[in-house]
Ligand binder design. Structure first.
Ligand SMILES: *[C@@H]1O[C@H](CO)[C@@H](O)[C@H](O)[C@H]1NC(C)=O
Ligand SMILES: *[C@@H]1O[C@H](CO)[C@@H](O)[C@H](O)[C@H]1NC(C)=O
Ligand SMILES: *[C@@H]1O[C@H](CO)[C@@H](O)[C@H](O)[C@H]1NC(C)=O
Length: 412
């Protein structure tokens, strides 16, 4: 063998190894997805809507047409074949560009998406239903928030060109057709009561107070935006009033922890608790390892900040920026949990909700627990180090920046 032959064979070994590795990686991902799926089935209906899988790492090169359903496949394809004319900057994927007739049509439709939202534009709020001065102060704050987010997003979009898949982008948005509303659900920021209000607005219930927690989250009353076809999504994004309610990231995180790990839970304990205890607790006893109950806040934070988490993320502690994509979907109204009732009631008047409908103020789960207020948050944060607090801030930095939350919990 001369030198050239040696070189070629080494190269071929390398390539074969790489291919094998990629194949195995895809296979492992699939197995992982399957076992999660099985677990979900075993556990039945219990957590149907409380659980979302971690948005899978966009599997770029290894994607095959069978793996995606037709519509999302088309979307990725048409967007990528328009790399520079992409309706959402940074939305890319690599798939072959050959398009069928149907795909051509969708491509045309997608072109119009450009007019919907980007570059982010502050669309004036229609205030024709507001007749008195009652809401003046609330409105001023609202306009400031809108302008703030707009200015942030202009810079952010230009600099970081976020990657996103259209169907995933709208997957957390609920639709209310009567009042032409789109509500992006942020768990632990008043979302159960918002869903109740949507059910009432939709005419499916007379009052929000009689709708149980289970009916809200497991019932089939509300439709999500990703259940419509492209045309339906497009029309609604363009013409409906889009609303989001957010919350201080640290408070939201503590609230999620208390809700999911400090009360019996037939999903979060066996699925998340077990994995967390197994990885982060030294000398865990058999009971903790089998039930997954009793996760400590510190352990939960270790899991959150781990770049190799033993189990994926969950919507209750996922970043708002990833759940609702505020820089891509131009929300018309930005409510805050800190001023929930005031913001929500102003919003209800803005959209011309029935006079008698006000935002419910009850806490339907663990209602005897103290609410997660700033005092409670500080108690939890005292259990972790300053470095960990800083890393939590970094993890949620986009949420902090988009909604002008101060870092006051980071350095108490
Ligand atoms: C504002 O809302 C009112 C009531 O729904 C409607 O009649 C009016 O056309 C809207 N104005 C604009 C500019 O959209
Ligand atoms: C709501 O519940 C109360 C009692 O639980 C009942 O009296 C009332 O009729 C219910 N209202 C509606 C609209 O179902
Ligand atoms: C952002 O928050 C700070 C306080 O943390 C406040 O002083 C400032 O007015 C806020 N900016 C806007 C535009 O709301």
């Amino acid at each position: 063998m001369n030198l050239k032959q040696v070189y070629v064979s080494v190269l071929m070994f390398g390539v074969a190894g790489l291919l094998l590795f990629m194949y195995l990686q895809a296979w492992i991902d699939e197995q992982h997805a399957e076992s999660e799926e099985k677990l979900k089935q075993q556990m039945g209906q219990d957590f149907k809507f409380c659980y979302t899988e971690e948005p899978r790492r966009a599997p770029r090169k290894l994607i095959t047409s069978q793996k995606l359903d037709k519509s999302s496949m088309v979307l990725i394809e048409s967007v990528s074949s328009h790399a520079d004319a992409s309706p959402f900057p940074g939305m890319t994927a690599s798939l072959p560009p050959e398009l069928s007739e149907e795909q051509q049509k969708i491509k045309l439709l997608l072109k119009q998406f450009k007019q919907v939202n980007l570059p982010p534009a502050v669309r004036p709020l229609n205030k024709s239903f507001i007749q008195d001065d009652r809401w003046k102060a609330t409105d001023e704050i609202q306009e400031k928030r809108r302008a703030f987010l707009y200015n942030f997003c202009k810079k952010y979009i230009r600099e970081s060109k976020p990657l996103i898949h259209l169907m995933r982008m709208v997957s957390r948005i609920y639709v209310e057709d009567k009042h032409k509303l789109l509500y992006c659900e942020v768990p632990k920021a008043g979302c159960s009561n918002w869903k109740r209000v949507l059910i009432v607005l939709n005419g499916l219930a007379k009052t929000a107070y009689n709708i149980t927690h289970d009916a809200v989250h497991y019932g089939k009353h509300l439709k999500k935006l990703d259940s419509y076809d492209l045309k339906g999504i497009h029309m609604r994004l363009k013409t409906y009033t889009k609303v989001i309610f957010v919350r201080d990231p640290m408070e939201r995180l503590v609230s999620a922890f208390r809700d999911k790990f400090e009360h019996p839970n037939s999903y979060y304990h066996p699925v998340f608790g077990k994995a967390i205890i197994k990885k982060y607790r030294l000398n865990a006893d058999g009971k903790a390892l089998t039930t997954g109950s009793g996760v400590q806040f510190k352990e939960f934070i270790q899991y959150l900040l781990d770049s190799h988490r033993p189990i994926g993320m969950d919507i209750h502690w996922e970043q708002i920026s990833k759940l609702c994509h505020p820089c891509i979907i131009n929300y018309d109204f930005i409510g805050k949990f800190e001023t929930l009732e005031e913001d929500a009631n102003y919003f209800l008047r803005l959209i011309g909700a029935p006079e008698g409908l006000t935002f419910p103020n009850f806490k339907d789960r663990h209602s005897t627990d103290e609410r997660t207020n700033s005092e409670v948050v500080r108690q939890y944060l005292a259990e972790i180090s300053a470095t960990e607090r800083q890393l939590i801030y970094d993890f949620y930095s986009l949420d902090y920046l988009m909604f002008n939350y101060s870092a006051s919990y980071v350095k108490p």
